[in-house]
Design a protein around this ligand. Structure first.
Ligand SMILES: C[S@@+](CC[C@H](N)C(=O)[O-])C[C@H]1O[C@@H](n2cnc3c(N)ncnc32)[C@H](O)[C@@H]1O
Length: 405
């Protein structure tokens, strides 16, 4: 079945207006970044086989209601905390039951008139993902609505996922940052959710595809399709999950070994600086943080790691990696730095030469003969092509872009 004529009209009307009724500050506070139609369609392609005449569809952060498509289901529910958005959504369709309410407080089926049993409940949509404590734009973040104690989180998106569990949805197909699943601390925060849901499909898209997003460091978003399953899922399940990327390819975290298996990412109290002897490295987080941050630094601060000099080669590796980030597609954004250690041992000399060229003060710490720059570049290029294989991107990268990292 295809979208009915009526619905495709709703679709276009909403798109023409986007979230323009909101001032910039409110968009940030409400996480109002409306979804491009192609992603709404991708989500619907996943849920269609599960929608039947007894199904109830709900989008509890529905904006203008773009996800609320009539596919012959029993009932359709839209909810948003933004009055103007709900007013616009109401004008677009009369088949949906709308609620102007905070979806995160007093969460229950009764709140939306959904029967407790014998109906299939499917959540669809793109809830806000707004880290209330993140430093980016923190001056204007001011999300002060109530959130039920059992679903509270510093990230609104995580609270939304927990709210779907509270509603006991049978299926959930929503967009959310991939980091919720692949960062172990986030995964742990989703404990009740991951105990009750299993990812059955997931496609990775770039936040850069959202019109108002920050373009310089896009982050990976997953169109995630979950099924209620009391066996749940553990982190190893996510590590080996084949996420859909472009051209029918799949991306799997366990395809790689990571630098975290060789060196510490964060400062440790045990390692204090020794005057005139210590070497320092900026705290490492993920690939996107590496894009923004420095690597070797000359001064100690609370953000620096005092290097274990016996591991200096691996820090040189990360330093070179930073200059080669343009080779990585967006979906590596929240991963640690990948490494093929066996291969690296063969190419180490070239990496060290490159690190010394960029940080001459390191020379005295490595006993190596410097190699000609052109040779180094060619060998490092070979390493990265072999490491990344099918994921290697940017065969023809401009020099300017290369220098931007
Ligand atoms: C990313 S937008 C998605 C809108 C629409 N579903 C779409 O994808 O085009 C997130 C929406 O969540 C709404 N929202 C934010 N906090 C909410 C809350 N506590 N309860 C209900 N809606 C909320 C915002 O007003 C915004 O419309």
């Amino acid at each position: 079945m295809h979208l009915s004529k009526d619905n495709s009209k709703i679709y276009r009307n909403c798109r023409e207006m986007s979230q323009e009724h909101l001032e910039y500050e409110d968009r940030v506070n409400l996480g109002s970044y409306y979804t491009p139609p192609k992603f709404v369609e991708m989500a619907w392609e996943l849920i269609k086989p599960y929608v039947h005449s007894q199904t109830i569809i709900i989008d509890s952060a529905c904006g203008y209601g773009d996800f609320l498509i009539d596919y012959g289901q029993a009932a359709t529910i839209g909810c948003d905390i933004d009055e103007d958005a709900i007013d616009i959504a109401r004008k677009n369709t009369n088949k949906v039951q709308f609620f102007l309410t905070n979806a995160l407080s007093n969460v229950s089926r009764e709140k939306f008139g959904i029967p407790q049993q014998s109906t299939r409940l499917i959540v669809v949509g793109n809830p806000p993902y707004n880290d209330k404590t993140s430093l980016i734009r923190h001056k204007i973040k001011n999300v002060d609505f109530d959130v039920d104690e059992d679903i509270v989180s510093r990230d609104l998106g995580i609270s939304f996922l927990r709210s779907y569990n509270k509603l006991q949805a049978d299926f959930i197909c929503v967009l959310h940052p991939l980091s919720y699943l692949i960062k172990q601390t986030n995964f742990r925060h989703l404990k009740e959710f991951t105990a009750n849901y299993k990812l059955i499909d997931g496609a990775l898209i770039s936040s850069g595809e959202f019109p108002e997003s920050a373009k310089h460091t896009p982050f990976p978003i997953i169109i995630a399709f979950y099924r209620r399953d009391t066996m749940g899922m553990d982190y190893n399940f996510i590590r080996s999950f084949p996420f859909k990327i472009v051209d029918g390819l799949r991306f799997c975290l366990s395809d790689f070994d990571y630098i975290t298996n060789y060196i510490r990412k964060y400062p440790s109290k045990q390692q204090q600086p020794v005057p005139d002897d210590s070497l320092f490295f900026w705290t490492m987080r993920d690939i996107n943080a590496l894009k923004r941050n420095r690597t070797f630094v000359q001064n100690y601060s609370s953000n620096t790691i005092v290097l274990d000099k016996s591991k200096l080669d691996y820090y040189a590796y990360v330093d070179v990696f930073k200059r080669n980030l343009y080779r990585l597609p967006f979906y590596f954004g929240n991963c640690d730095v990948p490494i093929d250690d066996k291969l690296f041992q063969q190419y180490k000399h070239f990496f060290i030469s490159d690190a010394i060229r960029h940080h001459p003060y390191l020379e005295k710490h490595f006993q190596i003969d410097m190699i000609e720059e052109k040779v180094v570049e060619a060998q490092i290029d070979r390493y990265f092509r072999e490491l990344l294989g099918k994921y290697h991107q940017c065969n023809t990268v401009s020099y300017d872009l290369k220098c931007a990292f």
